[in-house]
Design a protein. Structure first.
Length: 186
């Protein structure tokens, strides 16, 4: 993809509420210790850094981050917090590891109106399927098509809506962009 980040940044300035749904960075293969304890690879560490710097450039440092409690999401988050600083309120949720689409929607709706930028950090296929359910019909069809492929490691979807997160339901937010780490360093 060839994304104009300056244009994207400008288009998001006027939006009242922005949601970032992100898949964890590249992780190790499944080992003897099971899925939950998988860690991110060196490539994953680089991806987390690229995305964090990119979101900072877009003025999208989250006010709140809800993350799965799996090791790979926690490690992704900790790498990103190096660039976000102490600003984001972080909530670690087992439900974002074990649960499905409803757990994502619950986190969105539980977000207080004072929080303008929310990030959900989780796993496939839950993150991409949740995005498909959140997107309004007037979202860009080419961006919706990208979700059908699933989110690759450290990829994210950006949504916007003028209503507070507590009022978001199925098909209530416009899908603005689907980005990969590569989009932030091109």
């Amino acid at each position: 993809m060839n994304v104009n980040l300056r244009k994207l940044k400008k288009s998001l300035r006027s939006r009242a509420y922005v949601l970032i749904v992100m898949r964890h960075a590249k992780a190790e293969s499944l080992g003897e210790d099971g899925d939950r304890t998988r860690r991110i690879t060196d490539k994953g560490k680089k991806q987390a850094k690229e995305v964090a710097k990119g979101l900072d450039f877009l003025d999208l440092v989250p006010d709140r981050i809800a993350t799965s409690s799996a090791d790979r999401t926690m490690e992704t988050l900790n790498r990103m917090l190096r660039y976000f600083g102490d600003g984001p309120k972080v909530d670690v949720r087992l439900s974002l590891y074990q649960g499905g689409i409803q757990s994502v929607l619950d986190e969105i709706q539980a977000t207080k109106p004072k929080r303008r930028v929310l990030m959900i950090l989780g796993h496939e296929p839950t993150v991409s399927v949740s995005c498909e359910w959140l997107a309004t019909s007037d979202s860009d069809p080419s961006q919706l098509d990208l979700l059908n492929l699933g989110l690759s490691p450290a990829s994210l979807a950006i949504f916007a809506c003028d209503r507070p997160f507590s009022e978001w339901t199925v098909h209530s937010a416009e899908l603005i962009a689907v980005l990969t780490p590569h989009d932030f360093n091109s």
